[in-house]
Design a protein around this ligand. Sequence first.
Ligand SMILES: Nc1nc2c(c(=O)[nH]1)N[C@H]1C(S)=C(S)[C@@H](COP(=O)(O)O)O[C@H]1N2
Ligand SMILES: [Mo]
Length: 382
Amino acid sequence: MPFTSPPRGGPPVTFKGRLHDARTATAIGRWLGPAMVVCFVTGVLSHYLQHPPVWLADRLPSHPSWGYRVTQGLHVIFGIAAIPLLLAKLWAVYPRLFAWPPVRSLRHGLERLSVAVLVAAGIFELFTGLLNTFQWYPWPFSFVAVHYAVAWVLVGALLLHLAVQWPRIRDHWSLRSAGTRALPAADGPDRRQLLGAVAAGVGAVTLTTAGQSVTALGALDLFAPRSPEHGPQGLPVNRTAAAAAVGEAVLADWRLTVDGPRPYSLTLDELRAMPQHEVTLPIACVEGWSKSARWTGVRVRDLLERAGAGPGARVRVVSLEASGAYRVMEMGRTYTQDPLTLLALRLGGEVLSLDHGYPARIIAPNRPGVLQTKWVGRLEVL
Ligand SMILES: Nc1nc2c(c(=O)[nH]1)N[C@H]1C(S)=C(S)[C@@H](COP(=O)(O)O)O[C@H]1N2
Ligand SMILES: [Mo]
């Protein structure tokens, strides 16, 4: 009798097609796995640049100045590429996810549990990461802390999965190896078409979003949430002065206060009278967009020296913003000593616009955008 429901408790469907076999799953996995590894490594790096433990804070490298731009660019590029890969992978293996009976033995049960964790953590990371690039946080927890914690769960589940599936992965790794274990001698057009379609999908999402950090691909940047070209003075803005409630009232009688062994304060004109330096450094937002720009201002090193700080000094930078996650930032000695680290007053030759941090903002090499504090009011030598 065709088209009847399967008997209660029986397998809903039996899949024989090669698109759902271990070889297809492996072929997709060997792209998805490395993408996840790139995301994990660059993500951990980003985490330590933003939240260094005490022993690391003074050792973070301020070079190469474009380092964070590249690693965070890769984080978001590979994260976006992993989305079609994960969907394809889930599609290839879904008959196994509904295997019947659900648990055959303790070992089988544990295996399935680890896959459940892997799938859940993978979907969670890609979903929250993608929404973060749109600055959309429709959840009640802190994105940064939870995205970071789940990354460790994901990488643990991935290692376990690789270990459990190792025999199958080994047998199917190379699509050319005909194999000895009852594999089809050559791959038919169906699998090649599927993998071709997946590759095309990955290529399409990558090419149409990578332009937010890869300048050469800027013209193809159709879907990235930020275009590096749009914004005052040719640079995007994440948090505007209006959103940060920094306006004329806050800026009236602005002075830069520097606390240290010999505290002092300066008006904007006095700051402008100090030796000015020009640097070309990128803003590299954790959300993936980045853009290089030309900044002019006073070296942080000079400002700290003037306050009587020694060469190993660290600094706390406080913004005029009344509240906000990035109001206060600390900087270790590698950054404070770097001649490229400025309290910038100008951008692209013009006075900083209010949205870019007027009257003064931090710009430092090899640092996440969140630490390039705008509307600076006070420096404290630590
Ligand atoms: N005071 C303050 N500074 C800040 C922020 C902020 O919210 N408050 N946002 C940061 C973030 S997330 C980025 S990416 C850069 C962006 O700088 P831009 O707006 O000049 O491009 O500023 C940083 N500086
Ligand atoms: Mo950012």
